[in-house]
Design a protein around this ligand. Structure first.
Ligand code: PEP
Ligand code: MN
Length: 337
């Protein structure tokens, strides 16, 4: 349920409603908006008896939220959320591009890629130090050594770092090194990891599971918000279908759906979404056209020698071209890159 306060409601009136909700044994989440404050209620198993609240001073209306997700829903929070990673904002007119290799392989590799993607316009560097691989025999990442390399990238290039945590204990290790913590597709329903990410102060990039519905994606985000971390950026990274011309099918319809249903930003990952570098440029343009709030792109200085996801990693020149063409689409839809 959502208590919408009048535009003129005072701080004291908002506080009184919060107290009244808490006295019913429920949790109140005050969400100040551009026009007015709304107070979300969670913790109720049944419909909340709203008579007591609707009569309180400053209360405009009470809305019963019908969807299973609450904190992530637009009913709860009508304005778009802006998620900040340092100075970089997701959810506004500017479209941040996150770029980097699938895996951190060496300092030289990361420095070469960071230098190139930064000058092409990427604003965050993504590299995996801990990789959740399908095969236990594949490269699993450099671990803490990889995190130390990412730290050097931040210092040398001034780029914020996005990197993945693969379980709750691993998040303890990754957290101090990351400016944004990635939760990968294989872990979208790792509920103990989601809860741990919800206790973090760092923003979270939550990727859609490869066979997850959008309700499941939003419910996964709800876990993070319900633990107190509202800084979540969603990511469409393609789903499993019968198609065999691509690794996954990038579900671009997810983007307008999420925008209608939730206030959280959603970015697109055409690298995993296609699995083929020759398709990444076109799907990046399409992602921007349907309203994606940013892109995450795998780029490598020597894709043919990459230790993971080389087939979908762009050559540096391809990334430069992608930035130029995606920018022109951003302009058409009233955004900037
Ligand atoms: C990745 O970002 O390199 C990755 C493993 O992605 P996903 O979790 O979407 O498969
Ligand atoms: Mn990858």
């Amino acid at each position: 349920m959502l208590v919408v306060m009048e535009r003129s409601a005072s701080k004291e009136q908002v506080e009184a409603v919060v107290k009244a909700i808490e006295s019913m044994g429920l949790s109140a989440h005050a969400m100040p908006g551009a026009q007015r404050t709304a107070i979300g209620i969670t913790g109720n198993k049944q419909m909340v008896q709203d008579a007591r609240l609707s009569g309180m001073p400053g209360v405009l209306e009470i809305i019963h939220v019908t969807q299973p997700y609450k904190l992530v829903s637009r009913e709860f929070h009508p304005d778009n959320s802006i998620v900040k990673v340092g100075d970089v904002e997701f959810g506004g007119a500017f479209l941040p591009v996150i770029a980097g290799p699938c895996s951190v392989e060496s300092e030289e590799q990361c420095f070469a890629i960071a230098d190139a993607v930064k000058s092409a316009g990427a604003v965050l560097f993504r590299g995996g130090a801990f990789k959740p691989r399908t095969s236990p025999y594949d490269f699993q990442g450099l671990g803490v050594e990889g995190l130390r390399i990412l730290d050097k990238v931040r210092v040398k290039f001034g780029l914020g770092i996005v990197t993945e945590a693969i379980d709750p204990q691993n998040l303890d290790v990754v957290e101090p090194y990351a400016d944004m913590i990635q939760i990968g597709a294989r872990n979208m329903q790792n509920y103990s990891l989601l809860r741990r990410a919800g206790k973090s102060r760092k923003p979270v990039l939550l990727k859609r599971g490869m066979s997850a519905t959008l309700t499941e994606l939003l419910m996964a985000a709800e876990y993070i918000l319900s633990e107190g971390n509202a800084n979540v950026v969603l990511c469409e990274r393609g789903v499993r279908t019968f198609a065999d011309h691509t690794r996954n099918t990038l579900d671009l319809s997810a983007i307008p759906f999420v925008h209608r249903t939730s206030h959280l930003p959603i970015i697109s990952d055409p690298s995993h979404g296609t699995g083929r570098r020759d398709k990444v440029d076109a799907l990046s343009r399409a992602s921007v056209a349907v309203g994606a709030d940013g892109l995450i792109i795998e780029v490598h200085n020597a894709p043919d020698r990459a230790l993971s996801d080389g087939m979908q990693s762009l050559y540096i020149e391809q990334f430069q071209k992608l930035m130029a063409t995606a920018r022109s689409i951003a302009e058409v839809v009233g955004r900037r890159m």
